[in-house]
Design a protein around this ligand. Structure first.
Ligand SMILES: [Zn+2]
Ligand SMILES: [Zn+2]
Length: 583
């Protein structure tokens, strides 16, 4: 059944996935009598159902549940519909001992729709496939705990996830992708490659960057700063906390309080940790009167923000409680607005290229044309901005999906997702127009007409959060980072104790040329050292023995490609530099 009981439009594959949730529930009801059912919606690529299952269900039980599902599906039951009055529905919940359903019923009115296949009946608005024989290409993938109705005060239910597709080919491709994704899990690679640390002791969702990860972060940030400074942005640093009164003015205490950490008292005044950088950048803009000659003003900051997330939704670096936004705010005039949007897209595309994401998807979120009253700002400004955003995308030849009704109340936006090596999309960039904060903070500039005007404000983050972006990079490259990003670019492996001095000399030569090299001075055998360098995903290994020491050369091995032969140290350096240069 769905999260709401309103009749809804589902695509054929969504209908299939939703019907799968019923099928799974019927199998669980059969195998685990006494199970109480919560909700079972379709989701991207599949479905889940939240259930209170008597006894413990483990991942080892999933194949049995699958088997039972196939057996039920084969009987080719039809999904039959009936409607009960609210009272009858309540009686059904009571008689079938379904207290979670009874609770859901308390929140809805009127006649209730039910669907039955075989021996299993569920409260549901539909739609479903007609016959269970259609439910063929699926797999149960995961068991997780989920609080009933997302509330930590309520019981923890068992959520079983599955994936389902219309064809076997699609299912197989998806399962292969999941396998791949598992191998690339940034949480495991983060541990293996010593990139970052997340522990209960230091607080869930709060990241300790280990030296290797911290170095890579520096590479990302250096690149980011360079590109921004080249494009006329000005760098800022702003505090992590501000008095509540500032957040009142910005509207955050009104609209965003639930995502903010608890206040602290400082000299009798209430302060809050910042969940966003915007009010600070506005404070920089408002430092003095601005003239149109100073605009566009592009202020940027790698700003640390803190947002409260429920512990259940935290996930490695992908969802954390403290992170660094690669934030910028652009204040411009109506005359320069289009060109600024174009420049935002330009710099976004440049970043995708730099970090190796050739493919991306764009969404333009617009006003709901049926319900314009809930939006702030005049019709003119909305039409102008939506048209301009669309024009800029068209002129750059970027395909996009326009989504009516998805805009925030204060302005339209562009969202960009990059596609990773195994075809997953990750939301990175947001270019958001804001008709609200310039009013709230009374922003103005003096125009050529000597009159005060309100600037147009653009919020813009390209990578979103540096932490999350790093997680995406780890999974995208499966830890095999491009040479320029790698914390250690070359490891020098002496054949034996005797050649450690020469090895150290090679490391010193490489280091002097700006190459990040380390010596493996362990007493292990060469074969072990080579394997170790592979496991540590070090891009290059340089083997040194007697012959190399005599001739001033190194035996070069490239990770995955293997032996590249003997090279002079100079040639090795030139080879590395060329690859670093080429990105
Ligand atoms: Zn249903
Ligand atoms: Zn902002």
């Amino acid at each position: 059944m769905s999260e709401d009981f309103q009749p809804r439009q589902l695509s054929p594959v969504e209908t299939l996935r939703h019907s799968m949730a019923h099928l799974m529930a019927s199998a669980v009801a059969e195998l685990y009598p006494g199970t109480k059912f919560g909700i079972g919606p379709h989701i991207q690529n599949g479905f889940y159902y939240d259930m209170e299952i008597p006894g413990a269900v483990t991942p080892e039980d999933l194949p049995h549940i699958e088997e039972a599902m196939r057996a039920i599906a084969k009987k080719n039951h039809s999904f039959t519909h009936k409607t009960l009055t609210h009272e009858e529905a309540l009686r059904w919940a009571e008689e079938s001992d379904q207290p979670l359903k009874a609770e859901l019923l308390a929140d809805i009115e009127g006649p209730i729709s039910f669907y039955t296949h075989g021996a299993f009946t569920d409260m549901c608005a539909g739609p479903h496939v007609r016959y269970t024989k259609k439910l063929k290409h699926f797999k149960l993938t995961q068991i997780a705990g989920a609080y009933w109705r997302g509330d930590e005060q309520r019981p923890m239910l068992t959520r079983i996830y599955g994936v389902a597709f219309e064809t076997k080919e699609e299912l197989d491709a998806h399962l292969l992708m999941l396998e791949e994704a598992k191998k690339r899990d940034h949480r495991r690679l983060g541990k293996d490659l010593e990139l970052f640390r997340l522990t209960q002791e230091y607080g869930p969702g709060l990241v300790l960057w280990l030296p290797n990860g911290a170095f890579m972060r520096k590479q990302i940030e250096d690149e980011w700063r360079k590109v921004h400074l080249e494009r006329g942005y000005e760098l800022l640093f702003t505090p992590h906390i501000a008095p509540s009164t500032l957040w009142d003015r910005s509207g955050h205490t009104g609209h965003y309080r639930d995502s903010m950490f608890a206040p602290m008292d400082i000299d009798g005044e209430e302060y809050l940790l910042k969940p966003m950088n915007c009010p600070f950048h506005i404070g920089v803009y408002n430092n003095r009167k601005r003239s149109y000659r100073e605009l566009p003003m592009r202020l940027c900051e790698l700003g640390n923000v803190y947002r409260y997330e429920r512990s259940g939704v935290l996930h490695g670096l992908m969802r954390v409680r403290g992170f660094t936004q690669d934030d910028a705010h652009i204040f411009c005039t109506p005359e320069t607005f289009k060109q600024e949007l174009d420049a935002c897209l330009d710099i976004a595309q440049l970043m995708y290229k730099t970090f190796g994401f050739p493919e991306f998807k764009v969404e333009l979120s617009c006003r709901d044309p049926e319900n314009t009253s809930k939006y702030l700002g005049s019709d003119e400004i909305w039409t102008l901005s939506e048209d301009t955003l669309a024009e800029v995308l068209d002129e750059r030849g970027i395909e996009y999906t326009r989504i009516e009704g998805e805009a925030a109340f204060y302005g339209p936006k562009i969202d960009i997702k990059v596609v990773d090596t195994i075809g997953r999309s990750w939301q990175l960039t947001t270019i958001q127009l804001d008709f609200n904060l310039p009013e709230r903070f009374d922003l103005s500039y003096t125009g050529a007409d000597n009159q005060p005007h309100r600037p147009i404000m653009i919020h813009r983050a390209l990578l979103g959060s540096i932490e999350r972006f790093f997680g995406i990079l780890i999974e995208h490259y499966a830890g095999d980072f491009p040479l320029w990003m790698s914390p250690v670019q070359a490891r020098v492996l002496p054949l034996s104790e005797k050649f450690k001095d020469y090895g150290a000399e090679v490391v010193a030569r490489l280091t002097a040329e700006g190459i990040r090299a380390r010596l493996d001075d362990s007493d292990e055998k060469l074969g072990y050292k080579i394997r170790r360098a592979e496991v540590d995903k070090i891009p290059y290994a340089a083997v040194v023995g007697g012959r190399e020491a005599e001739s001033g050369t190194v035996g070069v091995r490239k990770r995955k490609d293997g032996d590249m032969g003997t090279m002079s140290i100079e040639d090795f350096i030139a080879h590395l530099k060329a690859e670093i240069e080429a990105r």
